[in-house]
Design a protein around this ligand. Structure first.
Ligand code: IPE
Ligand code: IPE
Ligand code: MG
Length: 262
């Protein structure tokens, strides 16, 4: 990856997508770093390091495709269960990547935001995320949301507790809380519903990522481990998405013509 603008990256041509619209919001579980590294005789930490360029390339590919929101899972509320060495590395690494890449992302017109629980997250990380948010706050090409110490159940319960507090103060009426009010209390309240949910590395699960927001997301599971992932994997998923029929519970009656000869 270099300092060129995303559209000038050579060698990768965007395919012709299907007839449907490009997804406005793409969410990605960047998974498979550890297995990628261990399979090569490397430590899990080497795997995380190899994921940085994948993220940059996917951001560039998202811009090229016309995606407006890209939300990536960088560290979950469950990832604290990992070894102290891996957790320590990931905390420091998030700071390093933001510092190393924020100017490049800023030059591309990317607005960086973060979603997650501040509690327990290292101050050095929240400070860096806050700084990246301030630096890029006027950008509008693509909103890149870094989910760090993010868990969807935790986000929902935090929002419920906030609304319960407002009910107790008489600001809200019990029994009349709407979906919109709950969403406004989410720490990721600025992202719309997920259109396309991608997970790398072959695992087919959600792992507590954007549960509410993905109620009607199209799911794409790609076998590629995250360090080998690039914009072409994103484009393949978008291509798949643009050929799907999203019905949101509705239905259209279209009986096929019957063969009268039978
Ligand atoms: C994803 O890769 C990165 C983080 C969770 C931080 P993993 O570290 O989960 O890699 P695998 O799934 O063990 O291969
Ligand atoms: C989800 O991946 C979290 C991130 C990618 C940050 P995990 O690797 O932690 O999920 P599980 O444990 O396989 O479900
Ligand atoms: Mg994993």
């Amino acid at each position: 990856m270099n300092e060129m603008t995303p559209v000038e990256m050579p060698g990768k041509t965007k395919p012709k997508f299907g007839s449907g619209p490009v997804p406005k919001h793409v969410a990605i579980v960047m998974d498979g770093n550890g297995r990628w590294a261990n399979a090569r005789g490397l430590t899990r930490i080497e795997g995380h390091k190899a994921g940085e360029l994948a993220l940059l390339d996917v951001v560039a590919g998202a811009i090229e495709a016309g995606v407006e929101y890209l939300t990536v899972f960088a560290f979950s509320t469950e990832n604290w269960k990992r070894s102290p060495e891996e957790v320590r590395f990931l905390m420091g690494y998030n700071v390093e990547v933001l510092r190393r890449r924020r100017d490049q992302l800023n030059a591309w017109g990317v607005r960086i935001r973060w979603a997650g629980r501040p509690k327990r997250l290292w101050r050095s990380v929240t400070r860096e995320l806050d700084a990246a948010e301030v630096l890029t706050q006027k950008n509008s090409k693509l909103t890149l949301t870094m989910c760090v110490n993010y868990g969807s159940r935790q986000e929902i319960i935090d929002a419920v507790n906030q609304l319960a507090g407002e009910v107790a103060l008489g600001k809200l009426k019990a029994g009349q809380i709407t979906e919109r009010q709950l969403e406004r209390a989410f720490n990721s309240s600025f992202v719309p519903d997920v259109d396309l949910f991608i997970r790398s590395s072959g695992e087919q699960r959600i792992s507590n990522f954007l549960l509410w927001q993905s109620a009607y997301a199209e799911l794409v599971f790609d076998d590629t481990p995250w360090p080998d992932f690039d914009r072409r994997n994103l484009w393949n998923a978008i291509s798949d998405f643009t050929n799907r029929d999203r019905r949101f519970g509705a239905a259209v009656d279209k009986p096929a013509k019957r063969n009268r000869a039978k």
